[in-house]
Structures are given as C-alpha cells and as structure tokens.
Design a protein around this ligand. Sequence first.
Ligand code: URA
Ligand code: SF4
Length: 258
Amino acid sequence: MNRELLRQLLLYYQDLGIQTLYRRGPAQTTPSPPQAAATRPETPPLSDPVPAQPYEAGLFESTPSSPSHESLADILADIGDCTRCRLHQGRTKIVFGAGNEKSPLVFVGEGPGAEEDAQGLPFVGRAGQLLTQMIEGTARKEGIPLKREQVYICNVVKCRPPDNRTPLPDEMEICGQFLFRQLAAIRPKAICALGATAARALLDRKEGVTKLRGNWYRWRGIPVMVTYHPSYLLRPYNQNAKREAWDDLKKVLHYVYD
Ligand code: URA
Ligand code: SF4
C-alpha cells in the first residue's frame, strides 16, 4: 500500500475513534513498540465534534459518519481466523453479525454466549429469542411490519468470553474496531445499544443503563438509544424493566421507520 493510501486509511480509522491498530497474528495484548509506532496516526485523535448528550431525535439532523470504503464482507475477511485478543482461545466460531447489510437499524449486544458460539450467529439463544420477540412484537403493536431479518444484529466482541464474563476493556478496544467498521459500513439511521457493554463501547459515558436508557445519544453522528440487555430482562426480578425496554424500542422503531 502506498504512503498516501495508508495515510488516508489511518485518518479514516482515526475518524471512527480507532486509536490503535492491531495486526493479524499471534495474540498480544499490546502491540510491540515498532509496530505501534508504524501504525498509530501521527496527529492527535480527533474528538467527537458533538459530545454525546441526550437529545430528541428528529430535532436536528445527525451528521453522518465518514463514508465507509469497505463492505461487511471486507471486514469479515479482515477478521479472518482472528487471534488479536485472548478471547480467541475459548471460541468455537466467530460471531460476526447477521441480518440486513442495508438496515436502517442496528442492534449491538455484548458478546456471544454458548449457543451463539456453537452456531456462529448472534442472539440465537434464550436472550436472542427474547430480542426477536421484542423487535417483532413491538413493531407489530405499533403497526410497523418488521421482521428480525430486516435489521442488523451484532456484538461488541465477536468471540465468546469464558463463562460469559463481561468483556475486558482491552478486548473491547481490540475487537471494537470491527464493530465501528461494521457500523460505518452500514451507516444505519439509528443504533440500539443493548446493555452496559454496548453503551460503554459506543458512548463515552460512565452512567449505567438505568440512567442512560430511554434517551438519545450519538455515535459518530448516528443516534443511539440505550436499553436493557435481553439477558437482564430474562431474570424474574427485573420484570419492571421490561416495560421500559418496550418503551425504548417503541421510540427507536418510530424514529427509524415512520
Ligand atoms: N448476548 C449478547 O450480548 N449477544 C449475543 O449474541 C447473545 C447473547
Ligand atoms: Fe479477534 Fe474479536 Fe475474537 Fe478478539 S474477540 S479474537 S479481536 S474476533
């Protein structure tokens, strides 16, 4: 790749919020110094031009993120048989994402569970069934004909964390580059962040889901709605949260499909 092309690519990644590039190869938590020096953008990181603040969707237009030069297939090919972080050690299948590449709505979860790891598909276990119900049930009630296949669904990390633990910050950073590139390739009208991990990956905010949910934020100009993760809603003592999740979803669906 010539220098100018490389420079453009680094600026593009920088614009997506990717600070460090991890090359394919043996797993390492931090890139070795010469490699880091060669791939890290020279200029200071661009800050998000608009801080992630709650706002009412529709009050002003979101500024689109820079147009992506790559397709989901390109990103999948780049992931390859990825060993960039330690999560590769326990995985059966990489769970890249599924659904409509041109979807105006993308759901982002945390990471694959056992069933997802076995099938290589996101949200196919119990939480996944609930997510399907949430999407299709809410849409039907609101008079919006929508099937799960029509949206795009993916996760912050693509390999199953051991014992379904929460992904660690370095794993989120390393694998997050793929999520950011997926979102830039799809450029949906809105993103729905399911749970704290997705919210943390997309928004630079410290509050938990209970605080963040129900409001609009932005990732690279794209409106983001935070709501509860379906796994959380499956626990019997969290039944009140279900109604709130349905409310959040209603807002998202009307914003995207009205
Ligand atoms: N939980 C997630 O966060 N993602 C999945 O794909 C399945 C369960
Ligand atoms: Fe690669 Fe992501 Fe899997 Fe880590 S979680 S090995 S970065 S695909």
